[in-house]
Write a protein that binds this ligand. Sequence first.
Ligand code: SAM
Length: 209
Amino acid sequence: MRQHVNPLSRNFNQIESIPSLCEMFDDSKSNLHLDIGCASGEFLFDLALVNTSWNYLGIEIREKLVKNAKLKVIEREINNLYFIFGNANNILNDVQNKFIIKNLKSISFNFPDPWFKKRHHKRRLIQPEFIDTLSNTLQKGTLMFIKTDVKDLFDHMDYTITNNFYFKTIDKKDFNYSESFNPNEVKTNREKYVIVNQLDIFERIYMKI
Ligand SMILES: C[S@@+](CC[C@H](N)C(=O)[O-])C[C@H]1O[C@@H](n2cnc3c(N)ncnc32)[C@H](O)[C@@H]1O
C-alpha cells in the first residue's frame, strides 16, 4: 500500500519552472489535454501513442514517478507528451502558468486520492478555489472529466464543480469519445483494478460555458 503524499506540505510550495508549449511539444498548436494526478503516466503514454494529433500533459506530486516518466518520454522519442512534477493546485494557481489552463481543450481527474477522514478533506484536489481558478481562465467549451470509485469523493467533486456557475454537466449518453482526447476509451491503472474487482465507477463530464 503506497503512502499518500500530503499536498499541503511546505515541500510543494516551491514550483518547478515550466517551459513554454513550444518547448514541451513538437506541434504546440495541437489540442491539449491535461491529466491531473497522472501517477506513472501510463494512461498518457497509451493515449499519446495512439492519438498523435493531440498533446498530453500530466501533473503528478510524486517526484520519482515524474522523473521516470520523463526518462521514458526521451527513450521512446515521444513528442506529444510532457510531465510536470508538483502539487497541481499550486502549479495551476501560479500566474506564470496560466498559459497552461488557457490552452486546454480538456482536463481529467482520474481516481484522485480520496482522503477519507473529514479532517483531511482539505487535501483533496478539487476545492472551490481551484475550480474558480480553472473557470476564470479556461476557454469556453473546454471539457472536464472526473472519475472515481469512491461515492463520497464523487459527491464532493460534483457538488464543488456544479456550484460553480461556469460548469455545465454533459450527459454521457450524448458524448462522443471518438472525438475527444481519449478516442479508444483507454483505461487508467486504477480503473483497470476497479473493473477487475467489479467495483462501482462514478464519473461525470462538464463543459466550461
Ligand atoms: C489514486 S492515484 C490515481 C492515479 C491515476 N490517475 C489512475 O487513475 O490510475 C492518485 C494520484 O494523484 C496524485 N496526486 C494526489 N494529489 C495530487 C496533487 N495535489 N497534485 C498532483 N498529483 C496529485 C497521487 O500522487 C497519485 O499518483
